[in-house]
Design a protein around this ligand. Structure first.
Ligand code: PXP
Length: 240
């Protein structure tokens, strides 16, 4: 069986840099190190408030990275303009609220449907692979297909929270399995991400049909203690 691909999200390297307004640690250096150590792709989220990655990072990373760059963007005209110019190979459309600490849930696919459809159509013209970040909801999977997405990324935040708090996560895992099955049936490539740790990634990797995991906060946090190459390799072993 083919192993699950690992996308390494390096946003929080930029968070540390921005905390001091310096030009280090370098997100580009992190992206190259992820590439060197077996990441299948690198993810960055260009937020409206630029709290971590900025357009200069995007330009440098897209120019130098040999593995695919996965750009996460909100469904806005500004982001459509930026993504159309930079043409990243992968794009993941995510919901965004200014005051949230992180992406708190999946996209509401009933809101702004027409704009989403136009956005997907335009971005696909550049041969970008378009993914929608959604809750494990069967209805959302149908909607994602209707909107023309190539992939969906299932928000795993709820599952990871339950696992972290040592609460019963079986129902949430079943819900994700049903969503993954539905996505595969519809011909969508299914990915997963948000809040994943070594433990939750291992549990989730038992589900069949997920092609890619996108992992950031925990992986970058662990890199402080064991180094990024080691943290990436540990996740890769889990996703084998
Ligand atoms: N996938 C998507 C779509 C995200 O928005 C995020 C967080 O930015 C992640 C994956 C990674 O989540 P985490 O940083 O919790 O691993």
């Amino acid at each position: 069986m083919k192993r699950i691909r690992l996308g390494v999200n390096i946003d929080h390297v930029a968070t540390v840099r921005n905390a001091r307004g310096e030009n280090y640690p370098s997100p580009l250096r992190a992206a190259k190190l992820a590439e060197k150590n077996g990441a299948d792709s690198v993810t960055i989220h260009l937020r409206e408030d630029r709290r971590h990655i900025n357009e200069f990072d995007l330009k440098k990373i897209i120019k130098e990275l040999k593995i695919p760059l996965n750009l996460e963007i909100a469904a806005t005209k500004e982001m459509l303009r930026i993504a159309s110019r930079s043409k990243p190979p992968y794009i993941c459309i995510v919901p965004e609220k200014r005051k949230e600490i992180t992406t708190e849930g999946g996209l509401n696919l009933n809101y702004n449907k027409n704009f989403l459809k136009i956005l997907i159509k335009r971005l696909k013209k550049n041969n970008s692979r378009i993914s929608l970040f959604i809750e494990p909801s069967l209805k959302d999977l149908e909607n994602a297909k209707k909107l023309g997405a190539n992939c969906v990324e299932i928000h795993t935040g709820k599952l990871c929270n339950l696992i972290n708090k040592k609460r019963n996560y079986k129902n949430e895992l079943k819900k994700i399995q049903a969503a993954v099955d539905k996505g595969n049936k519809l011909g969508l490539e299914v990915h997963a991400g948000h809040g994943l740790t070594y433990i939750s990634a291992k549990i989730l990797s038992k589900i069949k049909g997920i092609k890619e995991f996108n992992i950031g906060h925990f992986l970058i946090g662990e890199s402080i203690f064991e180094g990024m190459p080691s943290s990436i390799k540990k996740f890769k072993r889990i996703l084998k």
